[in-house]
Design a protein around this ligand. Structure first.
Ligand code: ZN
Length: 344
């Protein structure tokens, strides 16, 4: 029996030498020291031994067990250390590695131009007024001197929701809303930026939705010369100090007299080029003195106060400023186009 125990020790220690991982180690522990293990199996035969032999064999059995356990514990310590080192290696953070670069966004060119226009007028003491994009026929047309049978309504084919409600075709209704809110008080000095909607087919210069900025000034003794000076100041801040403007007579139902405003072409300095179609001038906005009927509709007495108004398309200003040839670039969100404005 003693020989069998010695043989078991030799075999166990030999097998333990080659153990590769904690799983194998555990398997060997079960195999030799477990309840149904080899050592228990041998010692179960002790019942047949004499009283003298029993303690001797018992001691040998304990020695064998202790020897195997010692080796198992040593191996376990080695595995534990290897695991700790491995985890430390895997969880190391190299702070010298370059980080992932996130692409920087940019303000959309239309918003950028709108903000620039707003800034120019805020600098002249204007405040910003806003109104709903879904308007009543009264604010969008009637109060602006465009009664139901007015032929100029055809000029702006509209998206009607009901007979009386439509998507606003211009930001002019905000002028009426502002006047009514002021309740006859002066001065009024606002710009009204916002989206407007018309039933246009999209092409290089038209869109069913675009952005306008309108301005309105009302007070005692406001004159056409005030309007002209304001627009010259605006044009020079927007397109450069050398910019000149000219007013051409025009017609709008809500202003009288009315004019269209051109600026000298920044590309050629007014000498004529492809961009200005050789004229040296570029049209940028419409304007005029507020029509007496519109003043009345807004709650003012045209005999006591006067005013001017102007309106421009943000897309048009952006096209001219950045020399872009197609407004569809503004809406199709092609990053190759938009990314050009990142650092502008
Ligand atoms: Zn030109």
């Amino acid at each position: 029996m003693k020989e069998r125990l010695e043989a078991l020790r030799t075999e166990a220690l030999k097998e333990l030498e080659d153990v590769q991982n904690p799983q194998q180690l555990n398997d060997l522990r079960v195999k030799y020291l477990g309840k149904k293990g080899a050592l228990t199996e041998i010692l179960r035969g002790m019942g047949g031994l004499s009283a003298e032999e029993r303690p001797v064999i018992g001691q040998v059995g304990n020695e064998v067990r202790a020897a195997i356990e010692t080796v198992i514990e040593e191996k376990q310590a080695v595995f534990l250390q290897a695991e700790t080192e491995g985890r430390l290696r895997a969880e190391t953070i190299d702070v010298s590695l370059p980080g992932k670069q996130l692409p920087a966004g940019a303000v959309h060119p239309l918003n950028k131009v709108a903000q620039e226009i707003e800034d120019v007028f805020i600098g002249m003491g204007y405040t910003i007024a806003e109104g709903p994009e879904v308007e009543t026929d009264f604010y969008n047309f009637e109060a602006l001197n465009l009664p139901k049978d007015h032929p100029a309504r055809d000029m702006q084919d509209s998206f009607y929701i009901t007979d009386e409600i439509l998507m606003r075709t211009h930001t002019s209704p905000v002028q009426i809303r502002t006047m009514k809110a002021m309740n006859g008080q002066t001065p009024v000095k606002v710009i009204c930026p916002g989206k407007v909607y018309r039933r246009d087919d999209d092409d290089a210069t038209h869109s069913f939705q675009f952005n306008q900025i309108e301005g309105l000034v009302i007070g005692p003794d406001i004159r056409m010369s005030d309007l002209k000076g304001t627009l010259l100041q605006f044009a020079q801040e927007m397109f450069g100090k050398q910019t000149q403007i000219r007013l051409r007579p025009s017609f709008f139902p809500f202003t009288e007299p009315s004019a269209e405003v051109d600026v000298t072409c920044a590309q050629c300095g007014g000498h004529g080029c492809r961009m200005c179609k050789q004229t040296g001038w570029l049209e940028i906005l419409g304007c005029g003195m507020v029509h007496p009927r519109v003043l009345e509709m807004g709650g003012y007495d045209p005999n006591e106060v006067s005013g001017f108004a102007f309106g421009m398309g943000v897309e048009r200003i952006a096209l001219l400023k950045y020399e872009i040839d197609d407004i569809r670039h503004f809406y199709t969100n092609d990053l190759r186009f938009l990314s050009q404005f990142v650092r502008m």
